[in-house]
Ligand binder design. Structure first.
Ligand SMILES: Nc1ncnc2c1ncn2[C@@H]1O[C@H](COP(=O)(O)OP(=O)(O)OP(=O)(O)O)[C@@H](O)[C@H]1O
Length: 243
């Protein structure tokens, strides 16, 4: 079995006095695509933000690449987030002052990649997601779905070991949604990327090797690779079940 790259242990979180997550355990292995499902308000985004170190748990721990993550200083967490995580936010967080292409280059530039190389790599990712012709446009000039694909390109561009994606196909039609899912599955297969995908759509979750089901902030179910779609017809045929 591949190693666990990201793990939440007994994660508990409240917003003020409102408990939102209680005792949630989740572990993701290298090369594995896991879907987090559940009704609206069940705590899916909160779980993702805790795993990404964007929120601190009230109790419980997050471990990234075998090291405690949640207890690091904000600065150390940001640094590790830049290097080791790609995050696709539910409502996007691209920088409006930059072009689509510059947004995608950003993680590479922050990591010290030379401008020409960063540009070429950003264009390669945008091309894979079908939006390279918009690379020179500002965010105000592209549609929500095009911006969402750019956000996915930005999360993948520096080949981080972990991708956390919050409803990454939410504003996409089926065909473009599949481009995004294919890109995640390919990263899992080729680079051993661990992908956590928040979704409320069964169609999207069927691309994952495994599901975690949240309800009222608790895990109420989980499926293994065997209960997913037939490996010969679905995307799992490409991704494979976790080793
Ligand atoms: N910043 C916040 N302050 C207060 N309450 C919040 C905050 N963010 C989320 N909540 C509440 O926490 C609960 C869980 O929210 P969360 O966004 O994690 O759920 P979700 O399963 O991702 O929902 P959705 O599918 O609608 O995105 C909800 O009741 C929500 O209203």
């Amino acid at each position: 079995m591949s190693e666990i790259v990201l793990e939440g242990r007994r994660l508990t979180h409240s917003y003020g006095n409102t408990p939102v997550l209680g005792d949630v355990d989740v572990a993701v292995r290298a090369g594995e695509v896991v879907a987090v499902m559940g009704p609206s308000g069940s705590g899916k985004s909160t779980l993702l933000h805790l795993l990404a170190g964007l929120l601190k748990p009230d109790a419980g721990e997050v471990w990234l690449a075998g090291q405690r993550f949640d207890s690091l200083s904000e600065r150390r967490r940001s640094d590790r987030r830049l290097r080791e995580l790609g995050f696709v936010f539910q409502f996007g967080d691209l920088v409006p002052e930059l072009t689509v292409g510059e947004n995608v280059e950003l993680p590479l530039r922050l990591l010290g990649t030379r401008p020409a190389r960063a540009r070429a790599r950003a264009h390669e990712m945008l091309d894979r997601l079908g939006v390279v012709e918009h690379a020179g446009k500002r965010l105000s000039e592209v549609s929500g779905g095009q911006a969402q694909r750019a956000a996915v390109a930005r999360a993948l561009v520096h080949t981080p070991p972990v991708i956390l994606a919050d409803e990454p196909t939410g504003s996409l039609d089926t065909t473009t949604g599949e481009l995004v899912l294919e890109a995640f599955v390919q990263a899992a297969k080729d680079q051993g990327t661990a992908v956590v995908l928040v979704t409320h759509e069964l169609r999207v979750a069927s691309w994952a090797a495994r599901d975690v089901l949240l309800r009222d902030g608790r895990i109420v179910g989980a499926t293994g690779a065997t209960s997913g779609p037939p490996a010969t017809s679905g995307p799992l045929a490409a991704a494979g079940a976790p080793a």
